[in-house]
Design a protein around this ligand. Structure first.
Ligand code: FES
Ligand code: FES
Length: 167
């Protein structure tokens, strides 16, 4: 099937088998290999992308469900020499080891900070309305869908806290 997507600000047209996941469409049809396939079952978060402003696991969604949708992958968030604040903070805080989970962590954290700004509570928020404070518990809970086999979690939390605190 022919579908049109807007990926990292660019209109993209692709011809996919209806069974193709969004993750495979991005990686195999559009050569955007930043999004990683960790588990392919919605359990690790390595494939996280931002779809119409919200983070999703792209391995759990079919490409044909997204006609006309706006997608941001890690390639659309920053580039070498022009890193996003979060990417820059991950580097400075040593927030990765092998880096396999990092694109998903960056996409997830980017959208998560917008959720906090919008006042969305999490499962550990004490107050369900109003401004949410970005405690370490809040960051851990909100990022719990992104696993890191190298366990760089402490530095990931520090990087997110720095950027979230500045916003
Ligand atoms: S590859 Fe999608 S959640 Fe693991
Ligand atoms: S840095 Fe290796 S999986 Fe997270």
């Amino acid at each position: 099937m022919q579908i049109q997507l807007k990926v990292n600000g660019e209109p993209r047209s692709l011809d996919v088998d209806p069974r193709t996941t969004l993750l495979d469409a991005l990686r195999n049809h559009l050569d955007l290999t930043g999004s990683k396939k960790g588990c392919d079952h919605g359990q690790c978060g390595a494939c996280t992308i931002i779809l119409n402003g919200r983070r999703i696991n792209s391995c759990l969604s079919l490409a044909v469900m997204h006609e006309g949708d706006e997608i941001t992958t890690v390639e659309g968030i920053g580039q070498p020499g022009a890193l996003s604040p979060l990417q820059d903070a991950f580097v400075r805080h040593d927030g990765y080891q092998c880096g396999f989970c990092t694109p998903g962590q960056i996409c997830s954290a980017t959208a998560m900070l917008d959720e906090v700004k919008a006042g969305w509570p999490s499962n550990v928020s004490e107050d369900l309305e109003g401004t949410q404070s970005l405690t370490n518990d809040e960051i851990s809970e909100r990022m719990s869908g992104n696993l890191c086999r190298c366990a760089a979690y402490a530095n990931i939390v520090d990087a997110i806290a720095e950027v979230g605190g500045k916003e």
